[in-house]
Write a protein that binds this ligand. Structure first.
Ligand code: G3P
Ligand code: CA
Length: 349
């Protein structure tokens, strides 16, 4: 695929857009998606620490919960894709319906923290290094907060925390709501305040609206595919889709409770099936007009993830999104994103 048209387009729009960004003086936030997950098994203290060493502004723990009510960092409550649970607890395999989908495996809410602490993390993605499989523990949210505080003090610049509530309705239904524990942990860390370096994110809407009444921490509405619905909407029999939320009216409603939106990248630069980039949409401009910051996900340099449009060069993707005016982005490769932001892209001084 010839990437030149896209890169040419990027260069053409850069000058006008980037001058405005530079004047604003706020570089886009680099959010370490699941830690330095391009290099180390995701959602481990080691992966977060590596991301901080690389210079991430924020680290992103996804949160689920244990049987005894402890928040832990995992992308989903089914544990076998990223841990050795199947080897350690073969008899505990079961089947559940999670957010409407039948799922087989081992689930965080069936294990105590003491049991979870016997597990070790594995790399999820087959094409990435598995040299560290079996080495690292599954961290609690409190351990992640402690690491961020310690590392922030050491580097003289706060390490932001960007927690995501995973399956909030599901856990609430089972008497294990995530939100009270999340706010308590943040309060104990001195971070339950509007100006703390924290964003709380969710793919659901109801828990964010409830959180809006309980905390001044900025909230982030994540957007799945336009045709999909937030699961709380499905549960309540509603018809609202993420596509509806992405309309002007939808964005205005989101701005009633959230400070930012986290769309997948295709809301901003659609990619066709053959990997070609279509012209950028007006999503960022409309979100900004609604008063919302825009933090898209997920930027990955791996050949299997980086669209052909970028010609094998992840920096060209970062530069395009910076040029279009994102306020931050989620990346598996903090170092590449920072190099793009601070050195390679036209917005660099
Ligand atoms: O939270 C932003 C991004 O992480 C959403 O995708 O599935 O990696 O949690 P996911
Ligand atoms: Ca996430």
């Amino acid at each position: 695929m010839d990437s030149r048209p896209l890169i040419g387009f990027c260069a053409a729009i850069s000058a006008s857009l980037l001058s405005g960004l530079a004047a604003a003086g706020e570089p886009p936030l680099i959010i370490a998606h699941r830690g330095a997950s391009g290099y180390l098994p995701e959602h481990t203290l080691e992966a977060y620490a590596r991301a901080i060493e690389l210079g991430a502004d924020y680290i992103e723990p996804d949160l689920v919960i244990t049987k005894d009510g402890i928040l832990i960092a995992r992308h989903e409550n089914e544990l076998s894709d990223t841990t050795d649970v199947a080897n350690k607890f073969p008899e505990r395999k079961t089947s559940k319906v999670i957010d409407g989908r039948k799922t087989e495996g081992w689930f965080s809410e069936d294990f105590t923290l003491a049991e979870i602490k016997t597990l070790r993390a594995n790399e999820r993605i087959p094409s990435r290094s598995h040299a560290n499989d079996g080495k690292f523990e599954i961290p609690t949210f409190q351990e992640v907060l402690a690491l961020a505080a310690q590392a922030g003090a050491k580097r003289g610049r706060p390490v932001g925390i960007y927690p995501e509530t995973k399956h909030p309705s599901y856990f609430d239904q089972r008497g294990l709501p995530l939100e009270p524990r999340l706010l308590l942990a943040l309060a104990e860390a001195g971070l339950n305040r509007a100006d703390a370096p924290v964003f709380i994110q969710s793919f659901e809407t109801a828990n964010l609206k409830a959180l809006k009444e309980l905390t001044d921490i900025p909230l982030v509405q994540l957007f799945g595919a336009p045709g999909e619905q937030p699961y709380d909407e499905v549960r309540s029999g509603g018809h609202l889709t993420y596509g509806d939320l992405a309309t002007d009216q939808g964005l205005a409603s989101v701005a009633g409770y959230a400070a930012a939106v986290g769309p997948f990248k295709g809301y901003i630069v659609p990619i066709s099936r053959d990997g070609a980039a279509r012209p950028p949409t007006d999503f960022i401009a409309r979100a900004h007009a609604a008063g919302l910051k825009v933090h898209p996900y997920t930027f990955r340099s791996d050949p299997g993830f980086l669209a052909a449009a970028y010609g094998g060069d992840p920096v060209s993707e970062y530069c395009l999104f910076f040029a279009l005016g994102v306020d931050g982005l989620f990346t598996d490769y903090t170092d590449t994103a920072l190099k793009a932001r601070d050195e390679s892209c036209p917005m660099a001084p």
